[in-house]
Ligand binder design. Structure first.
Ligand code: PGA
Length: 250
């Protein structure tokens, strides 16, 4: 049975004090969550603090990115070993903001995926089409190419360390959500593509999250769809009550 997962991507929000407040509220609110895996992704400077705060809880901590090299002269970058040394075992890769604002290509992401898997990190791999792709009806092939180029070189055994996050770019931070039917249609396509490339068992075991303007008032109908296994939440994860409501919507 694949896992139900709700992950909060805090992006470049919350300083140390604000992180402390949000974490303590989440600890209280989510104390009894057991079926759903909950993950939060604060910014780099607060990862160790978050790990320490959450280590006695069920809530996991993820990084929002990492560099593909093991170490070296890459000023301003963070390595996988640095993340692991502060207790972080999960990393978001390929977020559309990384692709759009920081020039991350499929090839670069394939390298990051390799480094992360070599170190037994769990990857939340993000991908999704832009508005023009959907308008020109190429969204399925765009998504398929992103998966093929960035991820489908990995071994079957490595899929146990991969979570997929389908995030249509036109729905991120815009208040515009894919309809539950649009999400289901794409998630089913992703699972079928996985089954064709690997096998049915691999496809059935992978959790596929939906991301893009998930809020307390739309989470339930999106999560109810057969191939939607949870969500990657941006804006609404910055508020403890909203995030809790979304976790409880599963
Ligand atoms: P949003 O962001 O929920 O604010 O649309 C989702 C994401 O970027 O992961």
């Amino acid at each position: 049975m694949r896992k139900k997962i709700v992950a909060g991507n805090w992006k470049m929000n919350k300083n140390l004090t604000e992180t402390g407040v949000l974490l303590s509220n989440l600890k209280i609110n989510l104390e009894n969550v057991s079926e759903t895996e909950v993950i939060v992704a604060p910014t780099y400077t607060n990862l160790y603090y978050a790990f320490e705060e959450l280590k006695e809880t069920q809530i996991k901590v993820a990084a929002q990115n990492m560099h593909q090299a093991e170490n070296g002269a890459y000023t301003g970058e963070i390595s996988v070993d640095m993340l692991k040394s502060v207790g972080v075992e999960t990393v978001i890769l390929g977020h559309s903001e990384r692709r759009a604002y920081f020039g991350e290509t499929d090839q670069l992401l394939a390298n990051k995926v390799n480094t992360a898997l070599q170190h037994k990190m769990t990857i939340i791999f993000c991908f999704g089409e832009e508005l023009q792709d959907r308008k020109s009806n190429t969204h399925f092939s765009v998504v398929e190419q992103q998966l093929k180029n960035g991820l489908f070189h990995i071994n079957r055994a490595d899929w146990k360390n991969v979570i997929l996050a389908y995030e249509p770019v036109w729905a991120i931070g815009t208040g515009e959500t894919a309809s539950p039917e649009q999400a289901q249609e794409m998630h089913a396509f992703i699972r079928k593509t996985l089954a064709n490339t690997y096998d049915q068992e691999t496809a059935d075991e992978v959790s596929i999250l939906y991301g893009g303007s998930v809020k307390p008032n739309n989470a339930q109908e999106i999560f109810a769809k057969a191939d939607v296994d949870g969500g990657l939440i941006g804006g609404a994860s910055l508020d403890a009550e909203n995030f809790t409501a979304i976790v409880n919507a599963i």
